[in-house]
Design a protein around this ligand. Structure first.
Ligand code: C2E
Ligand code: MG
Ligand code: MG
Length: 464
């Protein structure tokens, strides 16, 4: 394609060298298909009603297709692709009718052979360089993209960039983990015996703390996350990391989890009894992998709800991607069973696990909880900020609510609000508290917490 070759010359030199170096550092070329990328091309094709959508990465001579929806081409010579138009534009390229566009005149591109008429392509960036593109192709013409359509296309390209970032982040985390021993599990096993856990169940030593989840705009408490603690007779108050892994290993997580669900349900009842407005509150309980894989989970939860007379609309369940993965075969059925009861499902710690967009696309998930490791680093530079922005954007496209976890500073709160994050949870608003102290917070007018910026002193009065 002479036009593209001409453009390539114009954008070559140092910039092209930097681009190729950025691409090489990703090590993405010739890697197998991945659901995260495929979910994006599927979304793009659906949204633009396009026959084909692709994610391509371009080296010196070829364009290699990481994901395609509605096509089968794995790679093509770079000169036959529209990548160089996108690279030269350093931004979106939209061609409503390629038959009338001078750049395509008289050329026997593979696109024309496929009957493509309309195309729109946006750059995919890594390390500030254009390493590839996301493009949609249609056999029917249509007008130029509207502003919100262009924004969606750009957002989808940012999701591709984030997949690349997450890929790098995971690779680095794995490297770091390889260097350090993991002390927490070992610690919990060194003193803890199964008999201790059994005794703790019998002696009712477990308690639930509750942490408010607020609507970011109003600071109204819309929900509470139940977080288990063990009031150990000798060791004091223990957090879940001290005993949940051991409870999972020995299977005692099932009776402990049942106690937690029943306790949360009776607490919801108590709060609703005190004030019927609290009916709109949702209390979320964490489920571990072992609980999730339990036979007949939905029936079991339903009977717990019935025993306590709690409305399913007031209960939410939180699980991590790592709980779903080992149970992939049945996960969809189980989630749909829970959803059918009216229980909301939250994907906890999002961003730390597989973060596969395809799960979100195909699983009935109501809430995405952005892991606090991203929230904590949101002010530290572009990368975590971009990841959070993309998760929020992704949730918006999929119509899923977003809760940011671990908000500790006013700055993080402000940034998240500006990014359009709907809900938040963190020490800035309130720490996990015993039920009696939460009762006090729920009595605040409209259940609205004081604004964090002006209430540093006030807050410490109810923060434990
Ligand atoms: P999670 O579900 O992601 O819960 C959020 C954790 O973040 C809680 O830790 C909470 O205390 C902490 N957190 C909240 N806001 C902030 C903040 O602003 N800064 C910081 N640094 N931390 C914050 P916690 O209570 O230690 O719980 C840890 C994990 O244990 C939970 O993570 C959850 O996965 C698990 N867990 C808690 N309760 C249960 C339970 O009843 N059953 C099961 N299976 N797992 C539970
Ligand atoms: Mg949770
Ligand atoms: Mg979490």
């Amino acid at each position: 394609m002479p036009q593209a070759e001409l453009e390539l010359g114009a954008v070559g030199g140092d910039r092209e060298m930097a681009r190729l170096a950025a691409l090489e550092s990703l090590a993405i070329l010739d890697t197998p298909a991945e659901p995260g990328y495929d979910a994006i091309t599927r979304l793009a094709a659906d949204y633009f009603e396009a026959e084909t959508a692709v994610i391509e990465f371009a080296d010196e001579t070829r364009v290699w297709v990481k994901s395609h929806c509605g096509g089968a081409l794995r790679e093509l010579p770079r000169a036959h692709s529209v990548f160089d138009l996108v690279l030269a534009a350093d931004g979106p390229v939209v061609v409503p009718d390629i038959r009338e566009h001078p750049d395509f005149r008289g050329q026997k591109m593979h696109l024309q052979a496929k009957g493509v008429v309309f195309l729109a392509g946006v750059p995919v960036r890594a390390d500030d360089c254009v390493v590839g593109m996301l493009a949609v192709f249609r056999r029917q013409t249509r007008g130029a993209l509207l502003e919100n359509e262009l924004r969606t296309l750009n957002n989808l390209a940012t999701m591709v960039s984030s997949q690349l970032e997450l890929h790098k982040l995971r690779a680095n985390t794995k490297k770091q983990r390889g260097r350090q021993p993991r002390p927490v599990r070992a610690l919990s096993r060194s003193w803890l015996r199964n008999a201790d856990l059994r005794r703790a169940i019998d002696r009712r030593e477990f308690v639930l703390y509750y942490q408010p989840v607020v609507e970011m705009k109003t600071l109204k408490i819309v929900g509470l996350e139940a977080l288990i603690r063990w009031q150990h007779p000798e060791r004091g108050l223990l957090t879940p990391m001290d005993f949940i892994p051991a409870a999972e290993d020995c299977g005692l997580i099932l009776p402990i989890g049942d106690w937690g669900l029943a306790e949360a349900c009776s607490q919801i009842q108590a709060w609703t009894h005190e004030n019927p407005d609290n009916q709109s509150l949702r209390v979320c309980v964490n489920l571990s992998a072992r609980q999730f894989s339990r036979q007949g989970l939905a029936d079991h939860v339903e009977s717990l709800l019935m025993q306590s007379g709690t409305s399913s609309r007031q209960l939410g369940l939180e699980m991590t991607e790592s709980s779903l993965i080992p149970n992939m075969g049945t996960a969809l059925e189980v989630l749909e069973g829970l959803r059918a009861l009216g229980i909301s499902i939250s994907m906890d710690d999002f961003g730390t696990g597989y973060s596969s967009l395809s799960y979100l696309h195909s699983f009935p998930i109501d809430v995405l909880k952005i892991d606090r490791s991203f929230v904590g680093r949101i002010s530290e530079g572009d990368q975590p900020l971009q990841i959070v922005r993309t998760i929020i954007e992704l949730a918006r496209v999929l119509k899923i609510d977003v809760v940011a976890e671990g908000i500790e500073t006013s700055e993080q709160y402000q940034v998240l609000r500006e990014l359009g994050c709907g809900f938040g949870q963190g020490y800035l608003f309130a720490r996990p508290l015993p039920a009696e102290q939460v009762t006090g917070l729920l009595r605040l007018p409209g259940r609205v917490l004081p604004r964090p910026e002006i209430t540093e002193a006030q807050r410490t009065s109810y923060v434990v």
